[in-house]
Ligand binder design. Structure first.
Ligand code: MG
Length: 163
């Protein structure tokens, strides 16, 4: 067995007049996250976890924010590319574990939809997607509601032939 572990982290500033997209799910809120793409902090951290586990370049190298192609991009396209690279390297995703740090809004009502969406994106059962949503107890920029952050860990294993 050849298992590979990866970790990813990202942070985006909270901004007015922007959508809030977390894990591919549009979360209703009066603010959103600033960024060149749709600023989906969860999918960006997920990409870096996948790419890191597969020994690939990081998301900033593959999809630079200086490239107009990615302006307003749906971050699911980044995950599709990261996953293609994982598969090309001969690996398959076994499970992912995600921690979202957001002081507001309350993410509890959206967690199951985010888990389902991540499972579909990664083609793994929902039971292989862990998701925690935490406030930052009012501490630091995340706690003051100025930013959201996300950590993702992923485990890859050798893909079975034909899978
Ligand atoms: Mg990002």
């Amino acid at each position: 067995m050849a298992a590979r572990v990866g970790m990813g982290y990202d942070l985006h500033r909270v901004a007015a007049g922007r959508p809030l997209v977390l894990g591919g799910v549009r979360v209703p809120w009066d603010r959103g996250l600033a960024g060149h793409s749709d600023a989906d902090v969860v999918l960006h951290a997920l990409c870096d976890a996948l790419l890191g586990a597969a020994g690939q370049p990081d998301i900033g190298e593959l999809f630079p924010d200086t490239d107009a192609r990615w302006s307003g991009a749906d971050s699911r396209v980044f995950v599709v590319e990261a996953l293609a690279r994982v598969r090309a390297a001969g690996y398959a995703v076994q499970n992912v574990d995600v921690i979202i740090h957001a002081q507001q809004p309350r993410l509890g009502p959206h967690k199951e939809q985010i888990r389902t969406t991540l499972g579909e994106l990664l083609a793994v059962p929902r039971g292989c997607v862990g998701l925690k949503a935490k406030t930052n107890e009012g501490v630091d920029a995340v706690g003051r509601g100025e930013a959201m952050a996300c950590w993702v860990s992923v485990l890859l294993d050798s893909a079975r032939p034909g899978s």
